[in-house]
Design a protein around this ligand. Structure first.
Ligand code: C2O
Ligand code: CU
Length: 461
């Protein structure tokens, strides 16, 4: 009792997100959800995607212009669809009035093009990143990463999606008709001020900024119209700090088909899935036995309505989800490798540390050989308040979770990951391999923790 009260009111010291005390409002389902545009590449000289960070005004509330940031638009970003084996170029432009970077979260890309804090673009600057897509089908994302301004820039709207496709994803026969039976869903909670603006500095919380208002793909009070059919939802927790446990209000189960970096081996029936900031999952929800009068919605753990569905009975499909989607495996060899990197996450608020240190751009914390698998053991050390979950992210790679507290991870986590929730007191072992060289960040994806120094650097040689 006493602890609850303490944590709930301890906003000033920044412990609010220990209990997520700012409740989310239910979506009234008033507005059809926005669908991010698919970004078409320029194909005259190879495959080139132009991506511009810019300022804009967005009508989030009816009749009100909110000042926002976006990629190639006023708010959020497009979906960049790339194919395994293709050599592609991202031409990035900074049209903001402040420096930014373009970080490709989950993408296997050389360190110089990763868009971490070292790769700053000043206002007006353009940079090109060229690479060959060398990873399997997955739903990744991109966002800024300038030191000290990541959290605010993401909060204002800088976030977009990357879809990697490959022969497997094209041949599985999964729902893949963009905006018809295959939808991206970017979940972000925000706190608007009285003028319906984002005043990040006023609401910044050292343990992670949370808000009472849910935006999905930037839409307030969203609903999603779907067919009377199987629908694929690509969920991204794009929030600065809030965790979500997604369920259906009907209690029905659904099928998870993918983790951050690829398909699960088999579609896995689950009735809820938790995503911490930065994590993704793909799920298939079957609406075929429902009709236009059905009351169905994605809800959060505490039953907050996140996204009501409306069913259009005219639209149907008879897609059968294959039983085998992938061939992911943690090998015996990987299970038996010794731990070669130990990390301890500790602290809260401004006092957050990895191995007792805070981020320093001029310090390389670890080195690792290109192409070599190492076992990283990460321990989330509890503090006096009990501690909190840290979503741990490594740039430039997809890793495998070998164990959680010595046990095999749940089926939902038996797939490629780039961000993993580590609960207070837990120890997680990861098998980590980098295919490219360069300097990569690893950090807590609560963006305020990252900014407060819960980040380090590994140099791949
Ligand atoms: Cu999603 Cu270091 O980032
Ligand atoms: Cu954290």
């Amino acid at each position: 009792e006493e602890m609850m009260g303490m944590e709930g009111m301890d906003m000033e010291n920044g412990h609010a997100s220990h209990t997520n005390p700012v409740a989310l409002n239910n979506s009234t389902g008033e507005n059809e959800i926005a669908l991010p545009p698919l970004l078409e590449p320029d194909k005259e000289n190879g495959i080139v995607y132009d991506i511009t960070a810019q300022k804009g005004k967005t009508e989030i509330y009816k009749g009100v212009q909110t000042e926002t940031y976006g990629y190639n638009g006023s708010f959020l970003g497009p979906v960049i669809r790339i194919n395994k084996g293709d050599t592609v170029k991202f031409r990035t432009n900074n049209n903001l009035t402040e420096a930014t970077t373009f970080h490709w979260h989950g993408l296997d890309v050389p360190g110089v093009g990763d868009g971490g804090p070292h790769q700053l673009l000043q206002p007006g600057e353009t940079k090109e990143v060229e690479f060959t897509v060398n990873q399997q089908a997955s739903t990744l994302w991109f966002h800024p990463h300038p030191e000290g301004a990541t959290a605010e820039q993401v909060y204002k709207g800088l976030a977009g999606l990357i879809y990697v496709e490959d022969n497997n994803s094209k041949n599985l026969g999964l729902p893949d008709d963009y905006g018809t039976n295959d939808f991206p869903l970017v979940f972000q909670d925000r706190q608007f001020n009285e003028d319906k603006q984002f005043d990040y500095k006023a609401v910044r919380n050292q343990d992670g900024t949370i808000g009472d208002t849910m935006l999905v793909n930037g839409t307030l009070d969203p609903k999603l119209t779907v067919g009377k059919e199987k629908v694929r939802l690509r969920l991204l927790n794009g929030s600065n700090a809030r965790n979500y446990t997604f369920k259906l209000n009907t209690g029905d189960s659904f099928k998870q088909i993918a983790t951050d970096g690829g398909f699960l081996n088999k579609p896995t029936e689950i009735s809820e899935i938790t995503l911490t900031p930065g994590e993704r999952a793909e799920i298939i929800v079957d609406f075929s036995n429902l009709d236009a009068s059905s009351d169905i919605a994605l809800i959060n753990e505490d039953d907050t309505i996140l996204l009501p569905f409306k069913i259009d009975e005219q639209k149907t499909n008879s897609i059968k989800i294959q039983e085998t989607l992938n061939n992911y495996v943690v090998t015996e060899e990987e299970k038996n490798l010794p731990v070669t990197k130990e990390l301890e996450l500790f602290g809260m608020g401004k006092m957050v540390y990895i191995n007792d240190k805070q981020f320093d751009m001029n310090r390389i914390d670890f080195t690792q050989k290109q192409g070599e698998t190492e076992i990283w053991e990460i321990y989330n050390k509890p503090d006096m308040m009990g501690g909190m979950t840290h979503p741990f992210h490594i740039h430039g790679t997809q890793f495998k979770i070998v164990s959680i507290d010595g046990k095999e991870p749940p089926v939902s986590l038996q797939g490629w990951k780039d961000t993993v929730a580590i609960e207070s007191g837990q120890t997680i072992k990861l098998a980590v391999k980098f295919n490219n060289k360069g300097i990569y960040m690893f950090h807590c994806h609560v963006l305020e923790h990252e900014e407060n120094g819960m980040m380090g650097q590994v140099e791949v040689l």
